[in-house]
Design a protein around this ligand. Sequence first.
Ligand code: FE2
Ligand code: FE2
Length: 192
Amino acid sequence: MSDPLSIETREGLPDEWLFLREKYPRDTWMANSDLGEHARFWLSIHRHFRMMGAHLQSQSDTYREGLIDAGTFRQTMAPRLQQFLQTLDHHHRIEDGVFFPKFMAAEKRLIKGIELLEEDHHVIDAEVHNMVEIANKLLQSDPANSDQLKRNGEAFANCSERIVALLGRHLDDEEDIVVPLMLDRNEIELMD
Ligand SMILES: [Fe+2]
Ligand SMILES: [Fe+2]
């Protein structure tokens, strides 16, 4: 039987980890004056990832619809991809190494939920590793070999679509655990 909490298939978190989100619904976060600088900065990074994901997705769709050729697709993707993947890697490291241990210590009822978020990072990081290899193949494709360029372009579009889906699921669920916790506790004490 498949894991109901797998990032591949789940459609949100179980209620047992959402008791603080009940108290602080998502649509009230930004207007809450207790939302501190850490939380606002962290949410802005998530916004950046969503924007980059949307860009990847739209470029992949444009390529699949035949509106740009594989060579153009390659040129438009390369410059921003490296920055996106590096920022994502850095973000995961800080969460795993700094944020999550503090959050787990602060709220024992969320330990399992935060461990799930760490597992998500492993799945996403493995897919990022895969993406770097596929992107390199696309970059190294022989411009004169249209079959090779097309094949590698398609593989890249598939992989980016998968990363965008995984990341979207993860960001939503992570925010549902972390933001209400930061609102419920004093952010400075929580992060100390
Ligand atoms: Fe994360
Ligand atoms: Fe995050």
